[in-house]
Ligand binder design. Structure first.
Ligand code: 13P
Length: 252
């Protein structure tokens, strides 16, 4: 079965509205492979505008939110609920990015609830996992990633997990310029797919896109994307420049 190839730009806390519009326009005007699903993850205030640009133009570009609440609605000042996100035409949500786990103390139980809330509202969760440097140095990276899968994703049915995307982002590679080698990344991606096959079945595992994130750029994307079990990238810094993002998309 053909898995979706995905290149997603996580803009994090960058850009103003005019800058966001300019970036989206520039990427969409460039020649990019239609077989690659492209996703912009702008800050919340830009979701409607970014979606408006996409819907007028293309079917292989999508918009995603960088976070969501696990609550449906109510007195949670500053939070954004999944029904609200879905109502803007947004299709994807990042869940469990390492910056949210570390800086905002998001727990495995909370992330599990966020994934459930996304699926209830027809949003595709992109569940982010990955070890910190000390864990890799202590050779604990496989067990850490396995635990992250079990704690927040493996409660789903086979039918539900097939709707999700997984992003492996080794924390030591995020924003550091220190990319995992294609071998290191490929080995972990194969491990993740094997764990999904073990928990569910091979067909389910083979249907789920697993993205690599962490200093993926215009230079190294080709080798990473050419590696078995790597179905694309979740790009931070290099997604902020249209030319680099387009090169990464066309690295497939
Ligand atoms: P960088 O590409 O800047 O390392 O960030 C990766 C990331 O965190 C994407 O979610």
């Amino acid at each position: 079965m053909q898995r979706k190839k995905i290149v997603a730009g996580n803009w994090k806390m960058n850009k103003t509205l005019p800058e966001a519009e300019a970036l989206v326009k520039e990427v969409m005007q460039a020649e990019t492979k239609a077989s690659v699903t492209k996703i912009f993850f702008p800050p919340f205030p830009f979701l409607v505008t970014v979606n408006n640009h996409l819907h007028n133009n293309s079917r292989d570009f999508f918009c995603g939110a960088q976070n969501c609440s696990d609550k449906e609605s109510g007195a949670y000042t500053g939070e954004v609920a999944t029904p609200a996100i879905a109502s803007t035409g947004t299709s994807y949500v990042l869940v469990g990015h390492s910056e949210r786990r570390t800086l905002f103390h998001e727990t495995a139980a909370l992330l599990k609830n966020k994934i459930d809330s996304c699926l209830q509202h027809m949003l595709i969760p992109v569940y982010c996992i990955g070890e910190v440097l000390q864990e890799r140095e202590a050779n604990k990276h496989f067990s850490v990633v396995e635990r992250q899968l079990e704690e927040s994703l493996f409660h789903l049915s086979a039918e539900a997990i097939r709707k999700c995307v997984v992003a492996y982002e080794p924390v030591w590679a995020i924003g550091t310029g220190k990319t995992a080698t294609a071998e290191e990344a490929g080995e972990m991606h194969s491990f993740i797919r094997e764990r999904i096959a073990h928990k569910y079945n091979k067909e389910t595992a083979d249907s789920i896109s697993i993205l690599y994130g962490g200093s993926c750029n215009a230079q190294n994307a080709k080798e990473l994307f050419g590696t078995k079990d790597i179905d694309g990238g979740l790009i931070g810094g290099a997604s902020l420049k249209a030319a680099d993002f387009v090169t990464i998309i066309n690295s497939f």
